[in-house]
Design a protein around this ligand. Structure first.
Ligand SMILES: Cc1cc2nc3c(=O)[nH]c(=O)nc-3n(C[C@H](O)[C@H](O)[C@H](O)COP(=O)(O)O)c2cc1C
Length: 201
Protein backbone atom coordinates (compact mmCIF):
# COMPACT_ATOMS: atom_id res chain seq x y z
CA UNK A 1 0.00 0.00 0.00
CA UNK A 2 1.32 3.46 -0.90
CA UNK A 3 0.25 6.30 1.38
CA UNK A 4 -0.75 9.91 0.69
CA UNK A 5 -0.25 12.40 3.51
CA UNK A 6 -3.34 14.54 4.19
CA UNK A 7 -1.95 17.37 6.29
CA UNK A 8 -4.31 20.05 7.57
CA UNK A 9 -4.87 22.67 10.24
CA UNK A 10 -8.38 23.35 11.53
CA UNK A 11 -9.73 25.52 14.35
CA UNK A 12 -13.46 25.09 13.85
CA UNK A 13 -13.63 21.73 12.05
CA UNK A 14 -14.21 22.54 8.37
CA UNK A 15 -10.72 21.57 7.24
CA UNK A 16 -10.92 18.37 9.30
CA UNK A 17 -14.09 17.37 7.49
CA UNK A 18 -12.61 18.21 4.09
CA UNK A 19 -9.48 16.22 4.97
CA UNK A 20 -11.58 13.14 5.74
CA UNK A 21 -13.41 13.44 2.39
CA UNK A 22 -10.14 13.83 0.51
CA UNK A 23 -8.91 10.72 2.38
CA UNK A 24 -12.03 8.90 1.19
CA UNK A 25 -11.24 9.86 -2.42
CA UNK A 26 -7.63 8.69 -1.98
CA UNK A 27 -8.77 5.32 -0.69
CA UNK A 28 -11.12 4.83 -3.66
CA UNK A 29 -7.95 4.26 -5.69
CA UNK A 30 -6.69 0.70 -5.54
CA UNK A 31 -3.53 0.25 -3.51
CA UNK A 32 -3.63 3.77 -2.03
CA UNK A 33 -4.16 4.76 1.59
CA UNK A 34 -4.47 8.14 3.37
CA UNK A 35 -2.38 9.19 6.37
CA UNK A 36 -4.14 12.05 8.21
CA UNK A 37 -1.97 14.45 10.20
CA UNK A 38 -2.31 17.92 11.71
CA UNK A 39 -0.04 20.58 13.22
CA UNK A 40 0.02 22.09 16.74
CA UNK A 41 -0.92 25.71 17.40
CA UNK A 42 1.92 28.22 17.35
CA UNK A 43 2.37 30.57 20.28
CA UNK A 44 3.60 34.12 20.60
CA UNK A 45 5.61 32.79 23.54
CA UNK A 46 8.30 30.89 21.69
CA UNK A 47 9.19 28.68 24.66
CA UNK A 48 5.64 27.29 25.02
CA UNK A 49 5.35 23.74 23.75
CA UNK A 50 2.33 21.55 23.09
CA UNK A 51 2.04 17.93 24.17
CA UNK A 52 3.55 15.76 21.47
CA UNK A 53 0.22 13.95 20.96
CA UNK A 54 -3.01 15.98 20.62
CA UNK A 55 -5.93 15.21 22.99
CA UNK A 56 -8.14 14.27 20.03
CA UNK A 57 -8.11 14.08 16.24
CA UNK A 58 -5.21 13.38 13.91
CA UNK A 59 -1.66 12.98 15.27
CA UNK A 60 0.84 15.80 14.74
CA UNK A 61 2.86 15.56 11.55
CA UNK A 62 6.59 14.78 11.50
CA UNK A 63 9.08 15.30 8.69
CA UNK A 64 9.20 11.51 8.27
CA UNK A 65 5.52 11.55 7.23
CA UNK A 66 6.36 13.76 4.26
CA UNK A 67 9.35 11.62 3.39
CA UNK A 68 7.50 8.31 3.58
CA UNK A 69 4.34 9.32 1.68
CA UNK A 70 3.91 9.17 -2.09
CA UNK A 71 2.02 12.49 -2.25
CA UNK A 72 0.57 15.33 -0.19
CA UNK A 73 -2.82 17.01 0.24
CA UNK A 74 -2.29 20.23 2.20
CA UNK A 75 -5.25 22.04 3.76
CA UNK A 76 -5.53 25.32 5.65
CA UNK A 77 -8.31 27.72 6.55
CA UNK A 78 -7.90 31.09 4.87
CA UNK A 79 -6.36 33.56 7.31
CA UNK A 80 -6.25 37.04 5.79
CA UNK A 81 -6.09 35.62 2.26
CA UNK A 82 -3.25 33.26 3.08
CA UNK A 83 -2.51 29.96 4.80
CA UNK A 84 -2.67 29.87 8.61
CA UNK A 85 0.52 30.35 10.65
CA UNK A 86 0.66 26.87 12.28
CA UNK A 87 0.86 25.20 8.88
CA UNK A 88 3.30 27.78 7.52
CA UNK A 89 5.46 27.27 10.64
CA UNK A 90 5.66 23.55 9.92
CA UNK A 91 6.48 24.15 6.24
CA UNK A 92 9.21 26.61 7.21
CA UNK A 93 10.85 23.75 9.08
CA UNK A 94 11.04 21.43 6.07
CA UNK A 95 14.47 22.66 4.91
CA UNK A 96 16.12 19.25 5.53
CA UNK A 97 13.71 17.75 2.97
CA UNK A 98 14.42 20.59 0.53
CA UNK A 99 18.16 19.99 0.91
CA UNK A 100 17.81 16.26 0.29
CA UNK A 101 15.28 16.76 -2.53
CA UNK A 102 12.99 14.22 -0.86
CA UNK A 103 9.76 15.68 -2.26
CA UNK A 104 10.88 16.24 -5.85
CA UNK A 105 8.47 14.63 -8.29
CA UNK A 106 5.77 13.78 -5.72
CA UNK A 107 2.24 14.99 -6.53
CA UNK A 108 0.48 17.50 -4.27
CA UNK A 109 -2.93 19.14 -3.95
CA UNK A 110 -4.32 21.95 -1.77
CA UNK A 111 -7.64 22.76 -0.08
CA UNK A 112 -9.10 25.58 1.99
CA UNK A 113 -12.19 27.06 3.64
CA UNK A 114 -13.33 30.66 4.15
CA UNK A 115 -16.08 32.36 6.11
CA UNK A 116 -16.93 34.79 3.27
CA UNK A 117 -17.48 33.62 -0.28
CA UNK A 118 -14.97 36.04 -1.80
CA UNK A 119 -12.68 36.05 1.24
CA UNK A 120 -9.60 34.65 -0.47
CA UNK A 121 -10.02 30.98 -1.39
CA UNK A 122 -8.04 31.28 -4.61
CA UNK A 123 -5.27 33.43 -3.10
CA UNK A 124 -4.86 30.93 -0.25
CA UNK A 125 -4.78 27.95 -2.59
CA UNK A 126 -2.24 29.61 -4.87
CA UNK A 127 -0.03 30.71 -1.96
CA UNK A 128 -0.06 27.18 -0.55
CA UNK A 129 1.30 25.92 -3.86
CA UNK A 130 4.39 28.14 -3.72
CA UNK A 131 6.45 26.26 -1.09
CA UNK A 132 5.37 22.97 -2.67
CA UNK A 133 6.77 24.12 -6.03
CA UNK A 134 10.03 25.07 -4.27
CA UNK A 135 10.14 21.48 -3.05
CA UNK A 136 9.75 20.28 -6.65
CA UNK A 137 6.30 18.79 -6.11
CA UNK A 138 3.86 18.34 -9.01
CA UNK A 139 0.66 20.28 -8.36
CA UNK A 140 -2.62 18.56 -9.26
CA UNK A 141 -5.71 20.78 -9.33
CA UNK A 142 -9.25 19.84 -10.31
CA UNK A 143 -10.03 19.66 -14.06
CA UNK A 144 -13.32 20.99 -15.46
CA UNK A 145 -14.23 17.43 -16.44
CA UNK A 146 -15.50 17.53 -12.84
CA UNK A 147 -18.55 19.44 -14.11
CA UNK A 148 -19.49 20.55 -10.58
CA UNK A 149 -16.87 23.27 -11.14
CA UNK A 150 -19.09 24.80 -13.83
CA UNK A 151 -22.14 25.09 -11.59
CA UNK A 152 -20.89 25.77 -8.09
CA UNK A 153 -22.29 28.79 -6.28
CA UNK A 154 -20.14 28.09 -3.21
CA UNK A 155 -16.69 26.51 -2.95
CA UNK A 156 -14.86 24.44 -5.56
CA UNK A 157 -12.07 25.80 -7.77
CA UNK A 158 -9.69 24.44 -10.41
CA UNK A 159 -6.83 25.30 -8.01
CA UNK A 160 -8.06 22.88 -5.36
CA UNK A 161 -11.03 22.01 -3.16
CA UNK A 162 -12.69 24.73 -1.10
CA UNK A 163 -15.63 25.40 1.20
CA UNK A 164 -17.67 28.48 2.02
CA UNK A 165 -18.34 28.11 5.75
CA UNK A 166 -20.36 31.31 6.35
CA UNK A 167 -19.80 34.16 8.80
CA UNK A 168 -20.36 31.96 11.86
CA UNK A 169 -18.85 28.80 10.33
CA UNK A 170 -22.31 27.22 10.36
CA UNK A 171 -22.70 26.22 6.69
CA UNK A 172 -22.20 22.49 6.11
CA UNK A 173 -20.25 21.36 3.06
CA UNK A 174 -22.56 21.59 0.04
CA UNK A 175 -23.02 18.51 -2.12
CA UNK A 176 -20.77 20.07 -4.76
CA UNK A 177 -18.01 20.92 -2.26
CA UNK A 178 -18.30 17.41 -0.84
CA UNK A 179 -17.97 15.75 -4.27
CA UNK A 180 -15.03 17.95 -5.28
CA UNK A 181 -13.07 17.03 -2.12
CA UNK A 182 -13.48 13.35 -2.97
CA UNK A 183 -12.58 14.03 -6.62
CA UNK A 184 -9.40 15.85 -5.58
CA UNK A 185 -8.31 12.98 -3.32
CA UNK A 186 -9.01 10.47 -6.07
CA UNK A 187 -7.04 12.49 -8.64
CA UNK A 188 -4.08 12.94 -6.31
CA UNK A 189 -3.95 9.23 -5.50
CA UNK A 190 -4.34 8.17 -9.16
CA UNK A 191 -1.51 10.51 -10.10
CA UNK A 192 0.74 9.14 -7.33
CA UNK A 193 -0.09 5.61 -8.42
CA UNK A 194 0.70 6.33 -12.08
CA UNK A 195 3.97 8.07 -11.15
CA UNK A 196 4.92 5.17 -8.87
CA UNK A 197 4.34 2.71 -11.68
CA UNK A 198 6.41 4.82 -14.09
CA UNK A 199 9.32 5.13 -11.65
CA UNK A 200 9.34 1.38 -11.07
CA UNK A 201 9.37 0.75 -14.82
C1 LIG B 1 -7.12 34.93 11.99
C2 LIG B 1 -8.22 34.58 11.02
C3 LIG B 1 -8.23 35.17 9.76
C4 LIG B 1 -9.23 34.85 8.85
N1 LIG B 1 -9.20 35.42 7.61
C5 LIG B 1 -10.19 35.15 6.72
C6 LIG B 1 -10.18 35.72 5.43
O1 LIG B 1 -9.24 36.42 5.03
N2 LIG B 1 -11.23 35.48 4.61
C7 LIG B 1 -12.30 34.69 5.00
O2 LIG B 1 -13.24 34.55 4.26
N3 LIG B 1 -12.30 34.07 6.21
C8 LIG B 1 -11.26 34.28 7.07
N4 LIG B 1 -11.26 33.66 8.30
C9 LIG B 1 -12.29 32.63 8.59
C10 LIG B 1 -11.80 31.18 8.32
O3 LIG B 1 -11.09 31.07 7.12
C11 LIG B 1 -13.01 30.25 8.26
O4 LIG B 1 -13.74 30.37 9.47
C12 LIG B 1 -12.65 28.79 8.00
O5 LIG B 1 -13.77 28.15 7.47
C13 LIG B 1 -12.18 28.07 9.27
O6 LIG B 1 -11.81 26.74 8.98
P1 LIG B 1 -11.80 25.66 10.17
O7 LIG B 1 -13.26 25.37 10.53
O8 LIG B 1 -11.15 24.43 9.62
O9 LIG B 1 -11.03 26.24 11.31
C14 LIG B 1 -10.26 33.94 9.21
C15 LIG B 1 -10.24 33.35 10.50
C16 LIG B 1 -9.23 33.67 11.39
C17 LIG B 1 -9.23 33.01 12.76
Amino acid sequence: MAEILVLYYSRHGALGEMARLIARGIEEVEGMQARLRTVPEVSTVCEATADSIPDEGSPYVELEDLKECAGLALGSPTHFGNMAAPLKYFIDNTSPLWLSGSLIGKPAAVFTSTSSLHGGQESTLLSMMLPLLHHGMLITGIPYSETDLLHTSGGGTPYGASHHAGADNSLPLSEVEHRLCIALGRRLASTARALGRASHG
